[in-house]
Design a protein around this ligand. Structure first.
Ligand SMILES: Nc1nc2c(c(=O)[nH]1)N[C@H]1C(S)=C(S)[C@@H](COP(=O)(O)OP(=O)(O)OC[C@H]3O[C@@H](n4cnc5c(=O)[nH]c(N)nc54)[C@H](O)[C@@H]3O)O[C@H]1N2
Ligand SMILES: Nc1nc2c(c(=O)[nH]1)N[C@H]1C(S)=C(S)[C@@H](COP(=O)(O)OP(=O)(O)OC[C@H]3O[C@@H](n4cnc5c(=O)[nH]c(N)nc54)[C@H](O)[C@@H]3O)O[C@H]1N2
Ligand code: SF4
Ligand SMILES: [Mo]
Length: 768
């Protein structure tokens, strides 16, 4: 039976009675509830799914999670959830949950005691390092790693073993957000918080489908518009979605031309004299970087930007190429609409929040477009105040908490960078390893890590909480790489996936509330949950798997923690990295006592707006203090519009855009196993504009072959179903592991962030 048949069977069983038999003890959202609510014990946990970080209460009875509700005490969601949150506990109980370790023997996966599998992992690592050196072993983790998972992975690989071969899928997701923050402010993560929603008068969405991907935050915005009818929501996007329909104004632009539009808005602000002169004078400096910076399509691509300081006059002059009329010709956005957007930002009486997610991050000029949106907020001084600010939304539940704050990326340490000697020394002291252990040079970012696996520089790869054999761009190359002779792949997961399909060892993981953990959401909020359930079979948390292997490698001293206390002990050690007013975290005790705590958490108080002396105790000069930069100023950047590497032509005349749907989490490994979600959205499709469909003779449901320079796939056409692409563009979601759209995508990336662009490449359509 294929996995797809299994999902179908499980969904068929969702006819309620049958489903209850399949998931005894689960309360379905249906009239018949067989667990009396007052018999449940309720415990808090952040939602397993998106970076919104809703607080949930989980009802547990007899060792099973039986019910979920939104936590009314959680400020994020105030008792509300979306479909994924409400069904989250069902993801624990799919029929084919991995319960035992599996080891490949003569081509077959053989059930193996987990202790033996861990022995094999450790001995393979040793053997590989002996033969090929430390940089031949690597770990590829995730923004769904808990904070302890990522911390232990970083300490083991960077500190104990001594390789910077640590990366995470957040490179595919948040890397441009990080480099955007670093280049504009010198410190990562948003200055504001979700409370901005309660104060803002206008919301500009710069290419994200919030109604489906951050639904609870979107409802908070809609709620504000109901309460204050003057509130405006602008959806600036390349595709019409549910977000566009709910917005007050939908403005569509051609892919990549957001760069030009952002510059045109800045042009208009300056032309009208809407800039905040006092703010610019005191708190902003102006800079210019390199141009024509490439796309990373070739192996071992290197790029280093160089900042040149310029004046406001130079900056103003650079915008001459971006008059609304010129930009209308590039972007397809009417000059009047550009002026309208500029007027929202320019109106001193209106508070504006900008939101974005993958439209701006998965972009070959991802760092630049972040800089350009920051420019607009800096020009008008609309930043770091309640209701005013740019806000980069995160995707995964702990892309911030784990990948960005613990620093599970090749160049990062929990505090600072591997390239900085003081940072290495600081980490080595806490980790109790010699400072020389931590190499001073970063190795591979994610795309390059898989390329190195292909080239044979990496021989051993441990993959945890991510499904790269569905989610890597230009997938075929990297799938073939994993199957090459002499490569050893370990995969920790909770279900069989295309990634476990290529593994040599599969380790069954304890999932979410089956272990203790912490996540950090989009608004710098750290959230703790306790272990509520016993994991099935021999499943073990990702943290504990790493500790077991670390000890087998001889690092007992660095990993001395006790099984029932290790999360607390790890937190207490990790806490030391961020001490100080700029990043202080909550104590373990405070985390346990609250639904979540925003950092910097100083003297028992959350810092909701950073860089504003009214709220942020780390400010030492002026009303605003952008202390992340040596000049204590935020940086405005000159960044031009540059076209992407692959654009439609005669042979491949359409743009291919990819993304998500509300029902599914990424590769569907969890949500496809939740019958109601699978039934609501069973398989992938290609969305076309009705006029293009008509021209090609394609009707709803017809099979269409999509061909790019890298591969092809056949999908049913969806015309005016969930969303509508512009003419000349198509959209395909990536949740369906049976229809791998990433066989078609391109692995071009932003040269500064190294984040790939899944939103644009050129495709041909053929009716089958
Ligand atoms: N239901 C659900 N929710 C999720 C997830 C999920 O899998 N399912 N995943 C979570 C994760 S990890 C992430 S990263 C987020 C993603 O959240 P989103 O970014 O909201 O979702 P996507 O579908 O990836 O991207 C959609 C947007 O990309 C924009 N876009 C395309 N091309 C361009 C361009 O050239 N420039 C700009 N500016 N925009 C462009 C489109 O206009 C569209 O609005 O969702 C999170 N939430
Ligand atoms: N075409 C296209 N591709 C994309 C994107 C896109 O927009 N378009 N977006 C990119 C982005 S933004 C992201 S974030 C990535 C997401 O890509 P992935 O991280 O690869 O996708 P997930 O489905 O979230 O994978 C998580 C895996 O962890 C498993 N899992 C769940 N809980 C646990 C646990 O507790 N422990 C362990 N060990 N495993 C667990 C799940 O079963 C699943 O296999 O995809 C990227 N790829
Ligand atoms: S919005 Fe995100 S965090 Fe909240 S319930 Fe839905 S998936 Fe979970
Ligand atoms: Mo993501």
């Amino acid at each position: 039976m294929t996995r797809r048949d299994l999902f179908r069977q499980m969904a068929a069983a969702a006819a309620l009675a049958a489903a209850r038999a399949a998931f005894p003890g689960i309360t379905f959202a249906a009239p018949a509830i067989d667990v009396p609510l007052d018999s449940l014990t309720w415990k808090k946990a952040p939602c397993r799914f998106c970076g919104t970080g809703c607080g949930l209460l989980i009802g547990v009875k007899d060792g099973r999670a039986a019910a979920v509700k939104g936590d009314p005490a959680a400020s994020v969601n105030q008792g509300l959830c979306c479909v994924k949150g409400y069904h989250s506990i069902m993801a624990l109980y799919g029929a084919d949950r991995l319960k035992h370790a599996l080891v490949r023997k003569n081509g077959q996966m053989v059930k193996t005691p987990i202790k033996e599998a861990l022995d094999l992992v450790a001995s393979k690592m040793k053997e590989t390092m002996t033969a090929h050196g430390k940089d031949s072993v690597a770990i590829y983790g995730s923004g769904q790693w808990t904070i302890p998972d990522g911390y232990v992975a970083s300490k083991l690989f960077k500190g104990a073993i001594g390789t910077n071969n640590v990366e995470a899928n957040a490179r595919l997701c948040m890397a441009s957000a990080v480099t955007g923050f670093m280049t504009s402010f010198g410190l990562d993560e948003p200055m504001g918080c979700y409370e901005d929603i309660d104060h803002a008068d206008a919301f500009v969405l710069w290419g994200n489908n919030m109604a489906e991907m951050h639904p609870v935050l979107f409802s908070r915005m809609l709620d504000q518009r109901l309460k204050r009818p003057d509130v405006k929501i602008i959806d600036f996007a390349t595709r019409s979605t549910r977000t566009s329909i709910a917005a007050d104004k939908s403005i569509l632009f051609k892919p990549q031309t957001d760069l030009a539009v952002a510059n045109a808005i800045a042009y208009e602000i300056l032309r009208n004299g809407w800039e905040n002169k006092a703010f610019l004078d005191r708190y902003v400096s102006f800079h210019k970087g390199k141009t024509k910076i490439g796309f990373g399509l070739e192996d071992k691509f290197q790029f280093e930007d160089e900042a040149q300081t310029i004046s406001l006059a130079d900056y103003r002059k650079s915008l001459d190429d971006y008059t609304p009329e010129k930009v209308e010709a590039i972007s397809g956005v009417r000059a009047a609409d550009i002026r309208y957007m500029a007027s929202l930002y320019g109106d001193p009486k209106r508070k504006v929040v900008s939101y974005w997610c993958m439209g701006m991050n998965q972009h070959t000029r991802g760092t630049w477009i972040q800089n350009l949106v920051y420019n607009i907020h800096l020009l008008t001084g609309k930043i770091s105040q309640p209701g005013n600010g740019p806000f980069s939304l995160t995707g995964q539940p702990s892309a911030c908490g784990t990948v960005r704050e613990v620093g599970t990326l090749t160049h990062k340490l929990p505090r600072g960078m591997v390239t900085n000697e003081a940072d290495r020394k600081f980490a080595a002291e806490i980790w109790q390893v010699p400072a020389e252990n931590i190499p001073a040079k970063p190795t591979y970012h994610t795309v390059e890590m898989f390329r190195a696996l292909d080239r044979g520089e990496i021989r051993f790869l441990w993959i945890q909480v991510t499904n790269p054999m569905v989610t890597m761009p230009k997938l075929k190359r990297y799938r073939d790489a994993t199957k090459k002779e002499g490569r050893f792949i370990v995969v920790s997961d909770v279900y069989p996936t295309p990634t476990t399909d290529i593994a040599d060892v599969i380790l069954p993981s304890a999932m979410w509330i089956e272990r203790e953990g912490m996540f950090g959401n989009s608004e710098r909020r750290t959230q703790h949950w306790e272990k509520m359930l016993q994991p099935p079979g021999e499943a073990m948390s990702d943290t504990w798997q790493l500790i077991e292997v670390a000890r087998r490698l001889g690092f007992e001293k660095q990993f001395p923690w006790k099984e029932d206390e290790h999360v607390e002990q790890i937190w207490k050690e990790y806490y030391r990295f961020h001490e100080g007013p700029k990043h202080n975290m909550a104590t373990y005790e405070d985390l346990k006592a609250n639904p979540g705590v925003i950092w910097p958490y100083v003297k028992g108080k959350e810092t909701k707006w950073r860089y504003n002396a009214k709220y942020d105790p780390a400010c030492t000069q002026g009303e605003f203090d952008f202390y992340g930069k040596p000049d204590h100023r935020a940086w405005i950047w000159v960044r031009p519009y540059e076209a992407p590497p692959e654009v439609p032509d005669n042979e491949y005349p359409f743009w291919l855009n990819t993304g998500r749907v509300v029902e599914h989490w990424h590769t569907g490994s969890m949500t496809q196993r939740i019958p109601v979600l699978h039934k609501a959205m069973p398989s992938a499709y290609v969305e076309l504009h009705p006029a293009d469909a008509k021209e090609l003779g394609i009707r709803n449901g017809n099979q269409v072959k999509l061909v790019t320079r890298r591969g092809s796939i056949v999908l049913p056409a969806a015309i005016d179903q969930r969303g509508r692409p512009q003419r000349g563009m198509v959209f395909v979601p990536f949740f369906d592991e049976a229809k791998l759209i990433n066989d078609l995508t391109l692995d071009a990336f932003c040269p500064i962030s190294k984040q790939p662009d899944y939103k644009k490449c050129a495709v041909r359509l053929e009716r089958v």
